[in-house]
Unconditional design. Structure first.
Length: 88
């Protein structure tokens, strides 16, 4: 995924400037962990129940570990996936 316009240099030449963004991928049964935002605030975690986005990406239907609430979740930059081995 590429963002932003291609800026022009003072001499009139065009320069390419891109920023690649890695999309989060998860599988059913994986755990998503969100770091606490303040000192002393605990991490939160949830279990992925369904993948609603394309190619294993968000949004995810999750169940939160601290209260059992199920919700549609769009993870931010403070989240990471703990992948688990999925056997059939």
């Amino acid at each position: 995924m590429t963002f932003g316009p291609t800026p022009s240099r003072r001499d009139g030449a065009r320069c390419e400037q891109t920023r690649e963004v890695a999309a989060m991928r998860a599988s059913v049964g994986d755990r998503i962990v969100i770091h606490g935002h303040r000192t002393g605030e605990p991490n939160r975690d949830c279990e992925v129940l369904e993948i609603r986005g394309p190619d294993g990406g968000p949004p995810f239907l999750v169940r939160w570990g601290d209260n059992g609430h199920e919700a549609l979740f769009f993870p931010g930059s403070d989240a990471f996936v703990e992948h688990y081995e999925h056997t059939k």
